[in-house]
Design a protein around this ligand. Structure first.
Ligand code: C5P
Length: 218
């Protein structure tokens, strides 16, 4: 495909979602939040009482997700679940369902279908390594664990959820370990990826850096 893709991979709460969305907006590109798909499998399975360990039960759920992405809302089976899937518990369930090969495979075509004119910004863990290996611009976006825990804390409080910074930091480290150590599509930078450490950067600075790399690649 000659439709350009900007792949932004990185750990949880690194700010890649916000950066990816703003880059997409500035370029008029489409946006894929691949983590939302794993969170949706986590939520849909939870609602049906299915364990995150049961790969064979999770695969049909992943294949048949009845989801609509509308602006910044996510509709599952006709219900707005945007806030539910953002909760820490769903992030944890997402990382548990994401270890299964069959679940990941069931989501490949759905992710690739987001690649439409004039272009796509995709964020996740394996955008450059598996889903869009021919992405024209690849970014590995990180921030220190402390900075990420702090950002997640502020996000949750702003949404009216309660949060504890020490618990968040521990959860984050657990999730990082699970994402980096799994055998299937572990989180790691691909060759040719631009590294962007946003620990002491503003969102605006990060967005501009990604846009610069993308312009240079065209
Ligand atoms: O990015 P986000 O925190 O929403 O992702 C939730 C979880 O989904 C991650 O911790 C990861 O385990 C999984 N995930 C994945 N591959 C992706 C995106 C997310 O395995 N492309």
């Amino acid at each position: 495909s000659n439709i350009p893709v900007i792949a932004i991979d990185g750990p949880t709460a690194s700010g890649k979602g916000t950066v990816a969305q703003q880059v997409a907006k500035r370029l008029g590109y489409h946006y894929l939040d691949s983590g939302a798909l794993y969170r949706l499998v986590g939520l849909a399975s939870f609602k049906r009482g299915i364990s995150t360990a049961s790969e064979s039960d999770l695969i049909p759920i992943a294949k048949n997700l009845n989801v609509i992405f509308q602006e910044d809302r996510v509709i599952l089976d006709g219900e707005d679940v945007s806030d539910q899937i953002r909760q820490e518990e769903m992030g944890k369930r997402a990382s548990e369902v994401a270890v299964h090969t069959g679940v990941r495979q069931a989501l490949v075509a759905r992710q690739q279908a987001f690649r439409q004119k004039p272009g796509l910004v995709a964020d996740g863990r394996d955008m450059a390594s598996v889903i869009f290996t021919d992405a024209v611009t690849k970014v590995f976006l990180t921030a220190s664990a402390e900075a990420r825990a702090d950002r997640r804390y502020k996000q949750l409080i702003a949404k009216g959820f309660s949060a504890n910074i020490d618990v968040l930091l521990q959860d984050l480290r657990d999730r990082d370990a699970r994402d980096a150590n799994r055998s299937q599509s572990p989180l790691k930078a691909v060759e040719g990826a631009h590294h962007l450490d946003t620990t002491s950067m503003t969102i605006e600075e990060a967005v501009n850096q990604v846009l610069k790399w993308h312009q240079a690649s065209q």
